[in-house]
Design a protein. Structure first.
Ligand code: IPM
Ligand code: MG
Length: 360
């Protein structure tokens, strides 16, 4: 198969980790007879430096023309980087929000999985970590608070800021359908997370999720309030399979879920639209403190490339091969600095990429 991938390496550790993912993809290509063509695009701080904006319309068009987008990370140190002196709509993050919206990437899949080999890095009590967990946070990505009208103005001499949280039933239905579809391929359980004891948008969310659930009699589902969910994630994460939630709750809960896996350098993500098109990126940030030092953990990006093979290109066995190779290097005790522990061998970002590429 011939695959056209738009590559956005971005800022911070983005370029190093994406290069390792490309290395692994090329190893897959050689083994299974596929060609991966890459077109590099700018987004984030690196685009601001060249074009004065975090994402040009031309880059959006090129991304749309590709089969999928592989993304590293964007943004820098928010207290010291000159990018953060710019108004919010010109900062690196605005590029990310824009590309999600322009590409219609409403469904964000963030798997959080505790590897046996990394149980020691899990910050939870041993008896909780021992049970393990394997969940998929499904976050609505193009609606809600992050895309509503916002404004800061003086009202009667008092500075006042407004952000708007809007969801319509169609936006809720399409993410709920994706959530239940994914649950059907997993352990058939959906936990829909909202704040229906306070918010109207959450009450509509609950109503629509209940309607969608009727079409999936095999899936068990429950509603959970977001504050309770935050607590349950550290108390009993094994209870979760698919966690279905709106944009801001998903942003927060997915960071919490990633933290309990021991390192956010391990977590992949996929952002999908209604078609096979998707944007694939590690869940972690740009880690400016270790950028350019060949120290970053490329596994999250490599696993994101595996998700790309699975969801965009229907290459299940190739995706399995990458996931198995990652597991293999962990079993062989190779670790980047974020997950190194006594008795394991410290390797650099590029060594980790080589190790995985030679095991696919
Ligand atoms: C994420 C990030 C982004 C988000 C920021 C950088 C806009 O936190 O992907 O979770 O909030 O969506
Ligand atoms: Mg976030």
């Amino acid at each position: 198969m011939n695959c056209n991938i738009a590559v956005i390496k971005g800022d911070g550790i983005g370029p190093e980790v994406v290069s390792e993912a490309m290395k692994v993809l090329d190893a897959i290509g050689a083994k299974y007879g596929h060609t991966f063509n890459y077109e590099q695009l700018l987004m984030g701080g690196c685009s601001i430096d060249v074009h004065g904006v975090p994402l040009t319309d031309e880059a959006v068009e090129r991304a749309k023309a590709a089969d999928a987008v592989l993304l590293g990370s964007i943004g820098g140190n928010t207290s010291t980087s000159p990018w953060y002196k710019l108004p919010p709509e010109k900062r690196p993050e605005a590029g990310l929000l824009k590309i999600r919206k322009e590409l219609g990437l409403f469904a964000n899949l963030r798997p959080a999985f505790l590897y046996n080999e990394l149980k020691g890095a899990c910050p939870l009590k041993e008896e909780i970590a021992d049970k393990g967990f394997d969940m998929m946070i499904m976050r609505e990505l193009t609606g809600g608070l992050y895309f509503g009208a916002r404004e800061t103005k003086e009202v009667d001499g008092v500075m006042t800021a407004v952000d708007t949280l809007t969801y319509n039933e169609n936006e809720i239905r399409r993410i709920a359908i994706k959530g239940f579809d994914i649950a059907m391929k997993r352990r058939k359980k959906v936990t829909s997370v909202d704040k229906a004891n306070v918010l109207d948008s959450s009450r509509l969310w609950r109503k629509i999720v209940e309607e969608v659930a009727k079409d999936y009699p095999e899936v068990t589902y429950e509603h959970m309030l977001v504050d309770n969910c935050a607590m349950q994630l550290v108390k009993d994460p094994a209870q979760f399979d698919v966690v279905l939630t709106e944009n801001m709750f998903g942003d927060i809960l997915s960071d919490e879920a990633s933290m309990i896996t021991g390192s956010i350098g391990m977590l992949a993500s996929a952002s999908l639209n209604e078609t096979k098109f998707g944007m694939y990126e590690p869940s972690g940030g740009s880690a400016p403190d270790i950028a350019g030092q060949n120290k970053a953990n490329p596994i999250a990006t490599i696993l994101s490339a595996a998700m790309m093979l699975r969801y965009t290109f229907d290459m299940d066995k190739e995706a399995d091969a990458i996931e198995a190779a990652v597991q293999q290097v962990l079993v062989e005790n190779y670790r980047t600095c974020d997950i190194v522990s006594e008795g394991t061998e410290l390797v650099s970002c590029s060594q980790m990429g080589d190790l995985i590429a030679t095991r696919v």
